[in-house]
Structure formats: structure tokens, C-alpha cells
Design a protein around this ligand. Structure first.
Ligand code: CMC
Length: 395
């Protein structure tokens, strides 16, 4: 028999142990929510949005239609997609005061930081919060999908001392963004490739930024704060920021002959090779296959990129050496080559990823507030007990 005190201390110990057993670094394999938005089979290389394979959406859908699918859970009718497109194209302008605010951002600042601040600023201007009103949800979705690209393009011009280019209502979503960026109407192939790349980046189950969005959403704050917190999370080099680093790496390698020594050196140093590996995929990311074929289409029409040959050799060697560990190209490996051919500056690669992922974050926001319980996980305490305060002169 145990005394009461021993019993309590045993039960505390047991609870602590069971929590310790369940603890997984990086929450690997721990479900953080239930969701019907997207699905991955990382061993078969399958990605579905609302049950539809990513390959079919990339081949036949548009980003706006896919956004509707993700957020409202069904493929829209022709009338529904037309109405959605119309609303978005009429909400692309950003308020003068937000543009004025952006003028004061340091021109050397990273565009992801500019985007995070501008997304949060939207909450100041659209302060009404009515999370149980479908019309409010719709207008917040429209505003964010419409204005995020305008804010990315505006900062890009303003940091060079230029005025932002006004959106063109006659251009579709992808073409209008490329127009606002370059001030010239894009080639139809370039616009379609960009639209497909937005579809590919739109949603990806419970990754770091989506988790961040859901945690923020679960406090019932406004959707602008949800998107701002997700943008901040996407910015890191282990998540959205890897696409910028892939091109730096390819340039550093410099030639096909240098690939082997580069790979051997990375493996010897246990250094991570950007654009490879994934927590969930143990085969080549299906989106990397599609992006690779998009890159090839662009190279055929607009000229070759000498770094593509280096990328192919790198993929070959990493697959041989690290494939048995399940390390293959992820989406970021080929996206930089596509973006560069589209004329997108390198430090806009991650903001462009964010433009697309706003669709997924909003789908998770809507799902979260529809069945909300605030996130409040626990922790495994590894600190001291029974310590005492020591006066400063005795430390
Ligand atoms: N290069 C070399 N080795 C790697 C790589 C890589 N890119 N990725 C994973 N490994 C090895 C790693 O060293 C470890 O080996 P060991 O078990 O011998 O110590 C093993 O694979 C598991 O790696 P991990 O870091 O524990 O895996 P993780 O699931 O925590 O990290 C990852 C996933 C994507 C952060 C990681 O693969 C990585 O840092 N990749 C490079 C950055 C990158 O491309 N990020 C974009 C991710 S895809 C888009 C997105 O989600 O935003």
C-alpha cells in the first residue's frame, strides 16, 4: 500500500512519463486538426485538394477556381466562378494610406517582411469582425485574395522609388500580377505557367505556416492577423524561403562538373541541400514534377537556363545517394527556375509563394472557425523545481 502523498507523486510521475512518451520533436506525425481540405500520401507521391489530384487541377483548373474549391469545398459552377472572379478583380486596389505606409518601409527590407506588415495593416482598415456572418467571410476572402498580389507588386516598385502600377481589370489574376510587376502585359504562356504555379502552391495540409494560421484563427481574431502570422511563418528558409536559396546554391555550384564534389562535401558535413527532403514526402514531390515540366515549357519558348543542367545533375546524384533515406526534390527545387524565367526577382519568390498559399490559409481559417476550439497544447517541462530567489548581491 502507498500513502496518499506517495500515490499523488506516483500519479504525477506517470502523467509526466506518458506526456514525455508522446512528445515528438517538431510534432512529427501528431495530428493537429481534422481537415477535409487537402490530402497527401507521402509514399505514393499523391496530393489532392478536396479529393481531386493536383495533376488534374494543374492541367485543367485556374487558380481562382481552385481557391473557390479549397475554401468552399466544391468546384464552382460557371456563374459562381464568374461572380468570384468579378469581385476579386474589383478589389485589387490598395488603399492610398496603405501605399503611403509602404513608401516608408526601408527599401532594403525583405519583401516578406513588407508583406507581413501590409497584410496586418489591412486589419486596421477593415476592422469589423463578424466570424459567424458568411458575407463577412466572403468579403474578407475576396479582399485578401485580391489585395495580397497588389501589395507584393507595389512594394517591389516602391522600393525602387517608383509608383505602384494600378491593376488592370481586363487581365486575369495571374496576368494582372505579372503586369503589375513588370508594367507590361505578359505572354499568354507565361501567364498560364504562373497561374499553374499558384495552383501548385495553394495548399499543403498541416505545414508550419498553416498550423500557425490555424492557431491564430482559433483565438477568433480577424483574418488579416491570421494571414500576417502565416506569412511570418512561411518566410523562414526551412519552409517557403528555401526557393530563394536553391538558385543561390545552383549558382554557387556553377557547373555540372562541380555537382559531385558539392554533393560529397554536403554529405560529409551533414549540410542540408536546399530544395530536397520533406517531412511527409518520401518520394519526389508531385508538384516538383509539374514545375519541372513548366520550366521546360518556358525554356522551349523563351530560351534555356544554364542552371537547369546543374539542377538535373544534382537531382540525379542526390537521388542516388540520399534516395534510400527518402530524400528527393521538393516543390522548391524547380520553382525558382520557373520564377526566374517569368522575370520575378529572387527576393519575391517567397512572397509569390505566399500569394498562392493565402488560398489554403483562408480555407483553414474558415474550417477552424467553423468548428473552433482554441489551441492550448501542453509541454514537457524540463526545468528545475524548488529553486529560490537569490538577491542580486549574492549571485
Ligand atoms: N539535404 C540533406 N539531408 C537531408 C535533407 C536535405 N535537404 N533533408 C533531410 N535530410 C536528412 C537529415 O540530415 C536527416 O538525416 P539523419 O537522420 O541522418 O540525421 C534526415 O534526412 C531527416 O531530416 P530532418 O531535418 O529531421 O527532416 P525534417 O522532416 O525535420 O525536415 C525539411 C524537413 C524540409 C525541413 C528538410 O528536409 C530540409 O531542411 N530541407 C531543406 C530545406 C527545404 O528544401 N525546405 C523546403 C521544404 S518543402 C516546402 C515547404 O514545406 O515549405
Amino acid at each position: 500500500m502507498y500513502s496518499d502523498t506517495e500515490e499523488i507523486s506516483r500519479s504525477v510521475k506517470d502523467t509526466a512519463m506518458s506526456i514525455a512518451c508522446e512528445y515528438k520533436s517538431g510534432l512529427e506525425g501528431i495530428p493537429a486538426s481534422q481537415s477535409s481540405i487537402s490530402y497527401i500520401d507521402g509514399h505514393k507521391g499523391v496530393l489532392e485538394y478536396r479529393g481531386i489530384p493536383i495533376e488534374e487541377l494543374a492541367d485543367r483548373s485556374t487558380f481562382i477556381e481552385t481557391t473557390y474549391l479549397l475554401i468552399w469545398g466544391h468546384l464552382p459552377s460557371a456563374a459562381e466562378v464568374d461572380a468570384f472572379e468579378y469581385e476579386i478583380s474589383h478589389h485589387r486596389r490598395i488603399k492610398y494610406k496603405i501605399r503611403r505606409m509602404m513608401e516608408y518601409f526601408p527599401e532594403t527590407g525583405h519583401p516578406m517582411d513588407a508583406l507581413q506588415s501590409s497584410a496586418a495593416a489591412l486589419g486596421l482598415f477593415y476592422a469589423r469582425r463578424a466570424l459567424d456572418d458568411p458575407q463577412y467571410i466572403r468579403s474578407a476572402v475576396v479582399r485578401l485574395i485580391a489585395k495580397i498580389p497588389s501589395m507584393v507588386a507595389a512594394f517591389n516598385l516602391m522600393r525602387k522609388g517608383n509608383d505602384a502600377v494600378m491593376p488592370r481589370d481586363d487581365l486575369d489574376y495571374a496576368a494582372n500580377f505579372l503586369y503589375m510587376l513588370t508594367e507590361s502585359e505578359p505572354d499568354p504562356l507565361a501567364a498560364r505557367v504562373f497561374d499553374v504555379s499558384l495552383i501548385l502552391h495553394a495548399e499543403h495540409t498541416m505545414n508550419a505556416s498553416t498550423f500557425s494560421a490555424r492557431v491564430t484563427a482559433s483565438t477568433l481574431t480577424d483574418p488579416y492577423a491570421v494571414i500576417a502570422s502565416a506569412v511570418g511563418t512561411l518566410a523562414g528558409p526551412l519552409h517557403g524561403g528555401a526557393n530563394e536559396e536553391v538558385l543561390d546554391m545552383l549558382e554557387k555550384i556553377g557547373s555540372v562538373e562541380n555537382v559531385r564534389p558539392f554533393v560529397e562535401d554536403c554529405i560529409a558535413r551533414k549540410a542540408k541541400i536546399m530544395g530536397f527532403g520533406h517531412r511527409v514526402y518520401k518520394v519526389k514531390d508531385p508538384r516538383a514534377n509539374i514545375l519541372q515540366s513548366l520550366a521546360e515549357k518556358l525554356f522551349d519558348k523563351f530560351g534555356h537556363d544554364k542552371y537547369y543542367a546543374i539542377a538535373l545533375e544534382l537531382e540525379k546524384q542526390i537521388s542516388e545517394k540520399l534516395g534510400p533515406k527518402g530524400i528527393y526534390p521538393n516543390m522548391d527545387f524547380y520553382s525558382g527556375l520557373v520564377y526566374r524565367k517569368l522575370g520575378i526577382p529572387r527576393d519575391l519568390f517567397t512572397p509569390v509563394f505566399a500569394i498562392a498559399r493565402v488560398a489554403g490559409w483562408l480555407a483553414h481559417w474558415k474550417e477552424q472557425i467553423g468548428e473552433n476550439r482554441i489551441y492550448r497544447p501542453t509541454q514537457v517541462y524540463t526545468g528545475e523545481h524548488n529553486m529560490h530567489y537569490i538577491p542580486i548581491d549574492k549571485r
